[in-house]
Design a protein around this ligand. Structure first.
Ligand code: CU
Length: 671
């Protein structure tokens, strides 16, 4: 799970920075395609929603591997902590599943209604609203564990409230179809299927948000029916629609209308006959997660389960038919030609299938429906009458644009083809696989491999060797000269680091949640015998840590003032101060004198201090990296990116301990 989540989180950071900082020139954020909004919010939800489960998995692994305590009651832990951390991830996860699919629906409906979507801004607000609300619902998966009624009513109300932004989207889709001239093409059939199934699933969602009803149907097949109506209805049907819609773009061939109609009915009937009966068997008491059930549940449960089982096979036939249909279209479908669905979005402004380099040049785009509002844009693109036409420096490049207006602000040099990302991923496989096997030294060695790969990647990619100001060409207006990324104040590397720190903060926030939850579950905190260490070392630690941040900041300012020697001196000072900080941490733990295995409180203290230690070590490594780049003249006043990224991480590390200090040393003294 952790491996999959690392992959998802890195993708989320990539998507956030790409959507915010590399849109087409002139594409203001309030005019970007709705699909980009859905993906942007989904990526932010991954950035905040996945860390609670990453933390829970790490805590569980170190509990198993090293005897720490988080989930074991006898030594001050509780298994309910796992449930909370799991569902802090789990509920946002359902919208991380649904929102991209809703993005497909919001993209396809205007195309087949032949008119722009009704309520663009309302939909954007609804998606943002869903993103926020979904982090306040997780307890509705735990209504039966004995939580106080007041808390239950809050989570119940919030769970029902999420139906509002859903409703806004559904009514906007209906209004667009109503005001347009809907055409029943293969993708559209699945969109209509989605409507029926997802709205049913949404309605049962409101039902299970009611605490008394939830108590009746929790862990029954009613819940199984609900989750399949919202997941298969909410994700798979839009996914099928999306595959049929973008098939011509990928293959240059059209889907077969008759065959896809048959596929639709197989899936639609198969699905409803499989899962509709489960609402009733669930109300009759059919338990979930069971491979058999008691005949005492009665004849109705038996024949309804038989219908579900038989229909399950029909659904399976539908899936196979779908795969066959896509394959046949891919191989033998009618040629698609240019923009076969007469869509408005830019991916259709290129031949189908597209050339490997996608766009010859980057035109300015100010319209919300570019291909409808400016049909000539496709020719302009193909003839290279845009920015960065014809790869002027023989490198892969794209434009960096401002967050809100999409104004061109930098030329980003992308990496050439390289195996480094694959090698890095393989070292991460090694870390996790060796850890599971209990070969901790091999896991540590693999992790050093990961560091080495990252070092190699950052040192060799980017715009080293390219001038700091380059010609970006023009889109017919004034030609532009722009900085390259390491000379730009808004480099994607800086934004990537900032987004990474958001993820890190969510991970740390989950640890803080764990601390307070175990405190709330404990009779006395700290437990007897866990005398707090004195405040001398922690106070000293805070002083040197803050001084380290000041030294790093000074180094950055010296670099900007084109004083590399002084800048490197500042780095050395910061390095020494951070080392001293680690010394004070070690002294504090020695004074505390409790092994992590004795109690959950001790485990939390060790993990909080360990978390800080890992960040301090990372900052030290980054300081060495920047020091070497400064000596080689790669990091300089003209290329301030390295120093900017370093100080951003350094100050974050300092801020982290301000929270840690409160938790470890001050909070226990005041409660
Ligand atoms: Cu939920």
């Amino acid at each position: 799970m952790t491996f999959a989540e690392i992959a998802a989180v890195t993708a989320a950071i990539e998507l956030i920075v790409s959507i915010l900082k590399t849109r087409a020139p002139g594409m203001a954020i309030q005019r970007m395609p709705l699909f980009a909004w859905y993906v942007l919010i989904t990526a932010f939800m991954i950035a905040f929603g996945f860390p609670p489960l990453i933390l829970a998995s790490i805590l569980l692994e170190i509990e198993r591997a090293f005897g720490f305590v988080f989930f074991e009651v006898a030594r001050g832990g509780t298994p309910l902590l796992w449930q909370h951390l799991f569902w802090l991830f789990g509920h946002p996860e359902v919208y991380i599943i649904f929102l991209p699919a809703a993005g497909v629906v919001s993209t396809l409906i205007p195309v087949f209604a032949r008119r722009p979507i009704v309520g663009y801004t309302w939909i954007v607000l609804a998606v943002i609203g869903t993103g926020f609300l979904s982090f306040g619902l997780w307890v509705h998966h735990m209504f039966t564990i004995g939580i106080p009624l007041l808390a239950l009513s809050f989570f119940s109300a919030a769970s029902m409230a999420v139906a509002i932004p859903m409703g806004v989207q559904v009514f906007s889709w209906i209004a667009t179809l109503w005001a347009g001239k809907p055409q029943l093409r293969p993708p559209m059939r699945f969109i209509l299927g989605f409507f029926f199934i997802f709205v049913l699933g949404g309605l049962t969602g409101v039902m299970v948000a009611l605490v008394p009803f939830n108590w009746q149907v929790h862990d029954t097949h009613f819940i199984v029916a609900h989750l399949h109506y919202v997941v298969i209805g909410g994700l798979l049907f839009p996914l099928f629609a999306g595959v049929y819609y973008w098939l011509p773009h990928v293959t240059g061939r059209m889907p077969h209308d008759g065959f896809s109609r048959m596929v639709f009915w197989l899936l639609f009937i198969g699905f409803n006959l499989t899962f509709l009966p489960m609402h009733f068997t669930g109300l009759l008491g059919m338990p979930r997660r069971a491979y058999t059930y008691s005949a005492e549940l009665g004849a109705h449960v038996q024949w309804l389960n038989l219908v579900s089982t038989a229909a399950g096979f029909l659904l399976a036939v539908g899936f196979v038919a779908f795969c066959v249909d896509v394959w046949l279209a891919w191989r033998h479908g009618r040629r698609a030609g240019f923009n076969p669905w007469k869509a408005s979005t830019l991916e259709w402004a290129m031949p189908t299938p597209p050339p490997s380099y996608n766009f010859v040049s980057l035109p300015s785009v100010g319209e919300r429906e570019p291909l409808w509002e400016r049909p000539g844009i496709a020719e302009q693109l193909l003839e290279g009458r845009g920015f960065l036409a014809g790869a002027p420096r023989g490198r892969r490049e794209t434009l960096g644009t401002s967050l809100k207006a999409g104004k061109p602000e930098q030329v980003i040099t992308l990496s050439d083809s390289t195996p480094i990302p694959l090698f890095t991923a393989l070292t991460i496989v090694g870390v996790l696989a060796f850890f599971i096997a209990g070969w901790y030294w091999a896991a540590a060695a693999s992790f050093i491999g990961t560091i080495a790969m990252l070092w190699w990647w950052i040192w060799t990619t980017g715009d080293a060797g390219v001038a700091t100001m380059v010609d970006a060409g023009s889109d017919g207006a004034q030609p532009l000269t722009l900085p390259t990324q390491s000379a730009s104040p808004d480099a994607p590397g800086w934004w990537g680091t900032a987004m990474f720190l958001l993820v890190d903060a969510s991970l740390y926030g989950s640890l803080v949640f764990a601390y307070f939850y175990l405190w709330l579950s404990a009779d006395v905190w700290p437990p007897p015998g866990h005398d707090l260490p004195g405040l001398l070392w922690p106070a000293l630690g805070l002083v040197v840590l803050l001084a380290g941040s000041a030294a790093a900041h000074w180094a950055r300012r010296r670099n900007a003032a084109d004083r590399p020697l002084a800048a490197r001196g500042g780095l050395l000072l910061a390095f020494g101060l951070l080392l001293a900080f680690l010394g004070t941490q070690a002294a504090t733990l020695l004074e505390y004198g409790q092994a992590p295995q004795v109690h959950a409180y001790a485990s939390l203290i060790w993990v909080l201090v360990g978390y800080q230690g890992v960040h301090a070590l990372a900052a030290l490594l980054m300081a060495v990296f920047v020091w070497l780049r400064s000596r080689r003249g790669i990091a300089s006043a003209q290329r301030p990116l390295d120093f900017r990224v370093l100080t951003l991480f350094w100050h974050y590390t300092t801020g982290l301990w301000l929270v840690g200090l409160l938790l470890v040393h001050l909070f226990p003294r005041v409660v």
